[in-house]
Design a protein around this ligand. Structure first.
Ligand code: SAH
Length: 563
């Protein structure tokens, strides 16, 4: 029967006397909840919270929303070497990033004890400490040990589950873990155990089991693992598969009978799972992952803006693995604080010309900081130069009176003059996001227009992804570099990236190709027509014809020819 009783610490417990369960704990948690558990005093020590976050099986999009949110807010991130760079990029640029998976030669720089101590120390000094672990933190990841160390030290912690590799990689391999009629159970096991008598007993049991068996940490020892299972009684004809780098663009799946698996799989370079069971036969019908024309290809898209890139989006849809480099951050420009006074000075008559998307957001932020909002713009006309600037105004729910598609100063000035005679003795407020003085403003001033130029945003190049990109290039894992614009090519070089000869460089158009050439990055592919679609098409053509790839590697060094 149920027994409610009061426990000395204060909570009300209800349950069977031998197994009570807490239903209600009336004592308020002094730490508050969620992200606000900051500033706790325990034994006089101010503390934050440590979050053991599952990063998911590989594809950076497979992290949970809670995990991504914590990563964005973290003061410190401790991560393993294997965690995808796309995820680390989510972190706040000012966050301290510690790679605890780092090695010096063969030896790990951080053993488990050191990681535990670091986690405890950091959480005593910072509000949000994220310990990012591959897959799920509590599946073969020693997350349990880290949580125990935190609990013993009295450090508040939270565990954010992740999609474990056994679940995520198999979904992307088209192998259901269970399937009616084929398998009603699944076992996750690690091959890491040495062959001691106790584990021998367990493996004997495993060899005799039906259902699905998923073996972690066996990629480097497939022969050992399969021979052991066969020796202990599993049939060499059992169906099996290996999934290497599951969920990632270079995912590789090999299916074979257990007795032939090691031979067929060959050498594994990425993390791999061994799967044994009848369910592997379903892959024949359920394989869905490796279908885009760019599956297995890795492409770096250079970036000059903080916005999402249409090129990157299209390439990803075709199956390519994307790195975007460098990361661009927008900060307030030198004239941001002059915006409110300049707008007031127009006194309801004049034109505001925006010359970039970041100019729109920077302007509105500066306006708000001065205590103003859209009402301050009553009576003023708004003009936007360039497709993305027009879109930025639309996103801000501001009507664009004069959309100007050309970037050429002469054409912009002509459009302003044509459009309702904007330049007939109306003052112009030119809002810029670039660093250089605008040729447009100078031109207008020269023609007698009253122009105030304000730079409301400035861009900084965050080159943290450089090592990651260079490592991929050194390992021959990068198939192409795409330069969507001249400024993106400049940002790439500004970010310090050293591009070895032999990497295929693709430029958006002749003027981008010319900039790239000047910067020492000759483009091998320059599509005939401009636009994202043509660029993507040219890249797909180049990367999907095997002979063209080999050829292009040499050609990229010598020619800037078109396909
Ligand atoms: N906590 C992790 C597992 C850590 S053990 C999780 O829940 O997934 C590391 C092992 O996980 C690797 O040796 C490999 O067997 C497996 N693994 C991790 N990522 C993988 C991936 N993308 N594809 C296949 N196996 C993977």
């Amino acid at each position: 029967m149920l027994w409610p009783f009061i426990v000395p610490g204060g909570g009300v417990w209800v349950g069977w006397l031998n197994r009570p369960a807490i239903l209600r704990a009336p004592r308020p948690d002094p730490r508050g909840s969620g992200l606000f558990r900051v500033g706790v005093f325990r034994s006089g020590v101010r503390m934050g919270t440590a979050y053991l976050v599952g990063a998911g099986p590989g594809d950076p999009k497979l992290i949970t929303r809670r995990g991504a949110e914590l990563l964005r807010r973290a003061d410190v991130v401790l991560h393993d070497a294997l965690v995808d760079y796309g995820l680390l990029e989510l972190a706040n640029p000012s966050a301290e990033m510690i790679d605890v998976g780092r090695r010096a030669g063969e030896a790990r720089l951080f053993n488990q004890g050191r990681i535990n101590r670091l986690l405890i120390d950091l959480t005593r000094r910072h509000a949000i400490v994220v310990r990012l672990k591959g897959g799920d933190p509590l599946v073969f990841g020693r997350g349990g040990e880290e949580a125990l160390a935190l609990a013993l030290a009295g450090v508040p912690f939270e565990i954010v589950p992740g999609v474990t590799a056994g679940v995520g990689a198999l979904a992307c391999a088209g192998i259901p873990l269970t399937h009616r009629g084929l398998s009603t159970s699944v076992v996750f096991v690690t091959a890491h155990d040495r062959e001691d008598p106790e584990s021998e007993q367990e493996w004997r049991h495993l060899a005799g089991m039906g259902g699905t068996v998923v073996i972690y940490m066996g990629g480097g020892r497939i022969r050992e693992v399969t021979e052991r299972l066969i020796r202990l009684g599993r049939s060499p004809d059992a169906l099996a598969a290996v999934v290497e780098s599951g969920t990632l663009p270079h995912q590789r799946v090999v299916e074979a009978k257990l007795g032939e698996l090691a031979e067929r799989a060959g050498v594994m370079t990425g993390p791999a799972l061994i799967v044994i069971g009848e369910v592997t036969r379903l892959r024949e019908h359920l394989e869905w992952f490796e279908r885009g024309p760019l599956t297995g290809r890795s492409v770096l898209v250079a970036r000059a803006r903080s916005q999402r890139s249409r090129v990157a989006h299209s390439l990803r849809e075709l199956g390519a693995s994307m790195i975007q480099y460098p990361t661009i951050r927008q900060l307030p420009g030198p004239d941001a604080s002059s915006v409110p006074a300049a707008v007031r000075g127009l006194d309801g008559s004049g034109v505001i010309v925006f010359t970039g998307a970041a100019a729109v957001s920077g302007f509105l932020r500066a306006l708000a900081r001065g205590g103003l909002d859209a009402r301050a713009l009553v009576g003023l006309s708004l003009a936007a130069v360039g497709r993305e600037t027009i879109a930025a105004l639309r996103r801000a729910r501001l009507q664009c009176d004069l959309p100007i598609r050309s970037y050429l100063p002469i054409q912009v000035a002509a459009a302003l003059r044509r459009g309702k005679g904007y330049l007939d003795d109306q003052p112009v407020l030119l809002i810029r996001d670039g660093g250089a003085r605008s040729a447009l403003g100078d031109g207008l001033e020269g023609a007698g227009t009253r122009v105030t130029q304000l730079q409301v945003a400035t861009r900084t190049v965050d080159a943290r992804g450089r090592k990651n990109a260079e490592r991929m290039m050194a390992a021959g894992q990068l198939d192409a570099i795409v330069l969507p614009s001249s400024s993106a090519a400049e940002a790439l070089i500004e970010g310090g990236l050293v591009v070895p000869p032999g990497v295929l460089v693709v430029a958006m158009g002749p003027s981008t190709a010319a900039t790239a050439e000047r910067l020492g990055l000759p483009a091998a592919v320059v599509p005939d027509t401009s636009g994202v679609d043509a660029l993507v098409e040219a890249l797909v053509a180049r990367l999907t014809i095997p002979s063209a790839i080999d050829h292009s590697i040499g050609a990229s060094l010598t020619s800037a020819s078109l396909d």
